[in-house]
Unconditional design. Structure first.
Length: 424
């Protein structure tokens, strides 16, 4: 077995050398678009080369491949990036905004906003615009869509003493307005927070916390008039230390959602008592009812005996009053004490938002806590797993029947980071 591993590693390194010449790089592709994949609904699969997951400043090579379907039609079907993946590593982050058929982000140059597409031949840069007055660091901001074309970016400023915002016309990439939020004064703000738009009353719900981790025993929710960007009300919440995303917003991971009734759910975490590291956390789901400007004091999810104990990583809405959760819990997955990203210490589960019943899905435990390998599309959820000792794999979950089927595997030699769906 040792000799097999040695020769496999040597083979993979040789194959990767070829891949570096055959995979598309992340130039702007001279404006060339791929009409087959850029103008039709499809999935983008993001991977890192090797066994380490990306995110959190990783320097791993990242490849993206477009897939029209993730269903496996025969036993030999698999997702292979050799000679076909687009290498986006040099100029772009996987922490990005996605809407329709486009990606939006502050790229690695960290001096502008860009709008682009990823095709089979490379990255097509649609348009870019330099910063005006407010400046932003790559990956460290949150966002909300006011309508199909109006995008709001929010983040702490350079020394985190203010929270700034910029409103963009995403159709033609122009800056409409910008300013500073009139928030309650903190000595230091968290890097980004979480922003979500509530269309029923034209408000941005913006959660944030203290930028100093030792002071995170509560967090704040601001209710902002989306037209004027004026903060109309701020409330405190101490049933959790912080919302699940404090630094990267929802550029990579889904931390909040509105259900079919218009109620807002926010994933939150609290550092375990007596923990040796602040990464050791347990989760709580909190709710703001439609039209309200207070947290619902009668509701806290993921805390009953039938609920969980681990750290909530991602959360997405399912039909019938349920949510899909990705949870880190080394004790549950059998790798007790391993709170990093290198062990298979995470699991997927559904949470009944009415009864708080947690149902762990029968898929392999995964490594990679800075990832978003699930996406809900219609009556199906596509769930990616990144097992410790086997190839990454997509499972397809039928929401109505609660049934699981195996989808496409990814060839060995890549770490599964993200599933993206691009829809007209």
């Amino acid at each position: 077995m040792k000799y097999f591993k040695f020769y496999f590693t040597a083979f993979f390194i040789a194959a990767l050398s070829l891949c570096c010449f055959s995979c598309s790089d992340d130039d702007d592709n001279n404006g060339i678009k791929d009409p087959d994949l850029l103008e039709t609904n499809h999935f983008d699969i993001w991977v890192s080369v090797g066994s380490s997951t990306s995110g959190m400043g990783s320097n791993e090579t990242q490849l993206v491949k477009a897939m029209k379907s993730l269903e496996q039609e025969n036993a030999t079907d698999s997702i292979d990036f050799q000679g076909s993946g687009v290498n986006i590593t040099a100029n772009y982050y996987q922490e990005t905004i996605i809407k329709g058929q486009y990606y939006y982000q502050v790229p690695k140059s960290e001096d502008r906003f860009v709008k682009f597409q990823i095709g089979t031949q490379g990255v097509s840069l649609i348009k870019e615009i330099p910063f005006k007055t407010n400046t932003y660091s790559g990956r460290k901001y949150t966002h909300a869509w006011i309508d199909d074309n109006t995008l709001v970016i929010i983040a702490a400023n350079g020394d985190a003493t203010k929270v700034i915002w910029t409103k963009l016309d995403a159709a033609n990439m122009t800056i409409l307005s910008e300013g500073t939020l009139n928030l309650e004064k903190l000595s230091k703000y968290s890097t980004s927070g979480i922003a979500s738009y509530r269309a029923s009353d034209n408000k941005i719900l913006y959660s944030y916390c203290h930028g100093t981790s030792s002071l995170r025993t509560k967090f704040y929710m601001a209710f902002i008039d989306a037209s004027t960007m004026n903060v109309e009300k701020t409330v405190e919440e101490d049933r959790a230390d912080f919302m699940a995303g404090t630094a990267y917003g929802e550029l990579l991971q889904s931390k909040s959602f509105f259900d079919a009734n218009g109620d807002y759910y926010l994933a939150c975490n609290t550092v375990n008592e007596g923990a040796s590291s602040t990464t050791q956390q347990h989760g709580t789901m909190l709710r703001i009812k439609k039209g309200e400007t207070e947290f619902d004091s009668s509701y806290a999810g993921f805390i009953t005996p039938s609920g969980g104990k681990g750290k909530i990583i991602t959360v997405e809405a399912l039909a019938s009053g349920k949510a899909l959760l990705y949870v880190m819990d080394p004790d549950y997955t059998g790798v007790s004490g391993s709170w990093g990203s290198t062990a298979a210490n995470c699991y997927y589960a559904t949470l009944d938002l009415n009864t708080d019943k947690l149902t762990v899905l029968n898929v392999p435990y995964s490594k990679g806590n800075f990832s978003q390998r699930s996406v809900v599309l219609g009556n199906k959820a596509y769930i990616g797993v990144n097992p410790d000792d086997s190839a990454p794999l997509v499972y397809i979950y039928d929401i109505q029947s609660s049934s699981l089927a195996k989808g496409m595997p990814i060839r060995v030699g890549y770490s599964f980071d993200r599933i993206v769906t691009l829809q007209d």
